[in-house]
Write a protein that binds this ligand. Sequence first.
Ligand code: G3P
Ligand code: CA
Length: 293
Amino acid sequence: MRDAATGWGRGALRTGLLAWTLTTLLLVLWGATPHAAAASSMQMHGALHRDGAVGIISHRGAAAIAPENTLAAMRVAIDRGVEFVETDVQLTADGVPILMHDPTLDRTTSGSGPVALRSFDEIRALDAGSWFSPEFAGEVVPTLEEFLDALEPSTTRALVELKGEWAIEQLEAVTELLRSRYMVNRVALQSFETPTLEGLQQVAPEFARVLLTREWDEGTVQQATELQVSAVGARTKLYDRRPELLQRLRAVGIGSLVYTLNTEKRWDQASRRGVDLVVTDDPVRLAVWRDAA
Ligand code: G3P
Ligand code: CA
């Protein structure tokens, strides 16, 4: 029988109602999942999980090939087309996010003293390449924005480590910058600091997060689950203690990465162990090894 006003039969109405109910139910369930914010963040979550060969995370740009955390190092990884390039971010005294690993300027620039006590202009005037090789003299400390400029036209994703503890307002500012650059599907944020990961969960849940850990036991799996991270990262020696916990993580939908491996023996061990991604200073050699395997 057809409804006079709509021309729909009762069967069609019933089917439509059922489809609507199921869709609504799915949306509600979807909204209740930890990584539900947007399709793009799900893509990032998926990129941190590998079924076949290990994924490559090029460490501090490509620290074996060019001075760490400079644009020259970032370009090596991006040009090689690796899955992820890793970098470290800190704030200058005047609040500019820059790429820098150490809390002080001494090792990787011509300057000295704590990063957090120097303005961006002061840091920008330093040489960040000569310590590595004269060939890189004149490299500067890049801003996070300059890194995003280099990343944007590529297919490589970034694993951005927020060094130290970040206040909520600082997290809001950095994630707003990433959002304004449409980087939800391109950048995952990692940290050793629980409060920083909790802050990210609060202010920017749509960004995939990675827990870096110096502990490796049942509590780590529990912590990773509570923090709703996409992956956990640790050193090989930590995983050596209880390799079976990697499968426990995988069983609850959390991936794993191991840092920082630069030999074929270690890459092979990580691969056999079922680690999803390997952090390396030499993405070129790892890619050749992986392609030959
Ligand atoms: O990706 C993990 C790794 O970067 C953490 O160690 O000291 O190189 O920042 P670190
Ligand atoms: Ca790092």
